[in-house]
Design a protein around this ligand. Structure first.
Ligand code: ZN
Length: 649
């Protein structure tokens, strides 16, 4: 041995002694500053059977970089989480969610849900997906389908309605161009539209999830290339008879995934007596407006249900459980989903409920946990990245105080949730998930309203649906060069979050809304009507009268109606038209036509009955106008409820 080599060996031995480890130094994994290390835990890696006792998981950025015996990690440079006496699992994945409120992201994280597949997407979801990926928004990693693709009439408003193969192809192309990750198909599609959608999705490498179109049937759907079938649709129809014959064997042969969502049909089976569901976990964190909408009397699917139908749902739930067990025994691909967004399927909390139902169906806790972790990575086409604890995987981890393989319910209430490498202790997650205080300022995060020109009047409003507050608006009317300007802000929470800001004159509307992509658009008059131009996109046009109100779907449009009706005598009627600027999904302009009939004043305020048409929607309601010319109250009733905008100050 040369002197130099001897000196090198000596330095190495001294370094090892200084570390206090008995392992040879060249086998140590060393943490770097900024790393997070969970040490001393029982790790359940899920990419293989068994557990790793007294192990450490090293996280760097948003990735897991090492999973080693605790003694083989030099964690001194890292932020250390003590895992002794604890279990570490991959973060959970809910592969069938619907959510429209940012608060739901907090509920997912609180429950350790670090990946969601959203199956009715909108531009808002694309924006949230990007914000989470950039680390600007705390929440699960979002994978999202576009709007549901359905036949005519669609089950859900907002669906992409297609009846021909060409329309189906175009709808898939549009969703691909918009950046959606999945295509969601639905029950009303024709055979030709369904086939065309699947063919185009395959060409564009977009996976397809969804229901089984009635016209197609489950046997054909299994063989079609549809990647996942939701709710065991077609296997066990919601109502009606199940198809005869063995479907398990062809399912395994085709490799088609099933996402059973047992929890949602469990809830439907009990909604004949919602009092039974009063102890549903997490209910206290659900916004009152959402809970009010869960009243079965307000659900178009349940309003007509008889006691016999509820009993049928319960009987079918037993068939679903038996089928899940049979599919699992046969090795069919199964993944966990909840269908949250439905009544009493609380975001995040419902994942634990689904895990329990899967175990009740006869799966082992490991099989159930597999569906919520490693299987999701396989379904999404990112095995090794999602749902496993292994080097290279995304750092989505749960630190649990009890063993989930002994009782799957032990995944509930994780002590620490690591999402994309960021560790969230339970106390912080609970604070984030708390509902806003009733007296919190809804405009706290908004800039002050602009102050151009001279002030005329200002007001704040509360918007209620089903008697629950869902949003707030504030406006300031000012005058500049003889022209009226309305500056306004609308902030909506549950059930559908959005923030909108606008500047409106009689002839120009500039609107910014986080509910549409791109978020800013300019609405102007044209020689033949109205045009809405989103930044960097072609204009959308509507033929309209020269005095049609540019209507931002906010209280500002009633400022213009109030002014246009000021000279109308009691007992007389006047029809006003509008270009309604639609910002849920793609930018669109819908014609509005409203007949206002002036009645006797109410509390010193002008009062008008409204009968009208807003796009396809018929509506009735009333408008009351305060002495300063601003709306005092606007109430509009459409088929799905009454919306009331009431002035506060
Ligand atoms: Zn769904």
């Amino acid at each position: 041995m040369t002197p130099i080599a001897r000196r090198a060996l000596l330095v190495g031995l001294l370094a090892a002694a200084a570390c206090g480890h008995r392992d040879p130094p060249w086998r140590l994994t060393s943490a770097q500053p900024g790393d997070v290390a969970i040490v001393g835990a029982t790790v359940i890696p899920m990419d293989r059977d068994g557990v790793l006792r007294d192990h450490a998981v090293l996280v760097r950025g948003d990735r897991i970089v090492a999973v080693v015996a605790t003694r083989a990690l030099d964690a001194r440079a890292a932020t250390v989480i003590d895992g002794r006496g604890r279990w570490v699992t991959p973060g959970l994945a809910d592969m069938h969610v619907h959510f429209w409120d940012r608060h739901d992201l907090d509920l997912f994280l609180l429950n350790g849900v670090t990946t969601v597949r959203n199956l009715f997407g909108s531009p808002t979801h694309l924006r949230w997906r990007a914000a989470v990926a950039r680390g600007e928004l705390a929440g699960p990693t979002i994978v999202t389908a576009g709007p549901i693709i359905d036949g005519d009439p669609p089950t859900w408003p907002g669906s992409a309605v297609v009846t021909t193969a060409a329309e189906a192809t175009a709808a898939v192309q549009a969703q691909h161009a918009a950046g959606y990750d999945w295509i969601k198909v639905y029950g009303g599609l024709s055979v030709e539209a369904y086939r065309a959608a699947l063919a185009e999705a395959a060409r564009l490498h977009l996976p397809v999830a969804g229901h089984v179109p009635h016209a197609v049937g489950v046997a054909a759907a299994i063989a079609s290339g549809q990647r996942s079938i939701e709710h065991l649709d077609g296997y066990v129809p919601f109502l009606g008879d199940a198809p005869r014959g063995d479907l398990v064997t062809p399912t395994v042969a085709a490799g088609v995934w099933n996402c059973p969502t047992l929890v949602v049909t469990d809830r439907f089976g009990r909604l004949d007596d919602p009092a039974q569901l009063a102890d549903t976990r997490g209910l206290a964190l659900v916004a009152p407006a959402v809970r009010a909408a869960w009243d079965p009397q307000r659900d178009f699917r349940l309003r007509t249900f008889t006691p016999a139908k509820f009993a049928t749902v319960r009987a079918k739930n037993l068939q679903r459980q038996a089928l899940v067990r049979a599919l699992a025994d046969a090795g069919a691909p199964l993944v966990l989903g909840t269908d949250t967004g439905n009544p009493y399927v609380v975001p995040g909390f419902a994942v634990v409920d689904e895990l329990r139902l899967l175990v009740a169906a006869g799966l082992t806790p490991r099989q159930a946990l597999r569906m919520a972790t490693v299987a999701a990575g396989e379904l999404l086409g990112t095995p090794g990245e999602v749902g496993v604890i292994a080097p290279g995987a995304r750092a989505d981890l749960l630190v649990l105080d009890a063993d989930p393989l002994a009782d799957v319910a032990n995944v509930a209430d994780p002590a620490i949730v690591v999402a994309r490498g960021v560790a969230h202790p339970r106390a912080a997650l609970l604070a984030a998930a708390a509902l806003p205080a009733a007296d919190a300022d809804p405009f706290a995060a908004q800039p002050a309203l602009p102050t151009e020109g001279a002030p005329i009047a200002a007001a704040r409003y509360q918007v209620a649906m089903l008697d629950q507050v869902i949003g707030h608006e504030r406006i300031a009317v000012r005058e500049l060069g003889g022209q009226r300007i309305v500056h306004g802000q609308a902030v909506y929470g549950a059930p559908q979050a959005l923030v909108m800001r606008y500047r409106a004159t009689a002839d120009q509307l500039d609107l910014t809304c986080d509910c549409v992509a791109p978020p800013h658009l300019a609405v102007t008059r044209t020689p033949t009507g109205v045009a809405a131009t989103p930044d960097g996109r072609p204009a959308v046009a509507l033929a309209a009268a020269a005095d049609a109100v540019l209507a931002p779907q906010a209280v500002a449009e009633f400022v213009w109606y109030a002014a246009a009706l000021a000279d109308l005598p009691v007992g007389a009627a006047r029809t006003l038209t509008a270009a309604e600027v639609m910002t849920d999904g793609e930018v669109a302009l819908h014609p509005g036509r409203f007949q206002f009939t002036r009645g006797a004043d109410v509390d010193g305020r002008r009062s008008y009955a409204i009968v009208g048409q807003h796009g396809e929607l018929a509506l009735t309601g009333h408008l009351r106008v305060a002495p300063d010319g601003l709306p005092h109250e606007v109430s509009v009733t459409v088929s799905f409820g009454t919306f009331t905008t009431r002035r506060l100050e």
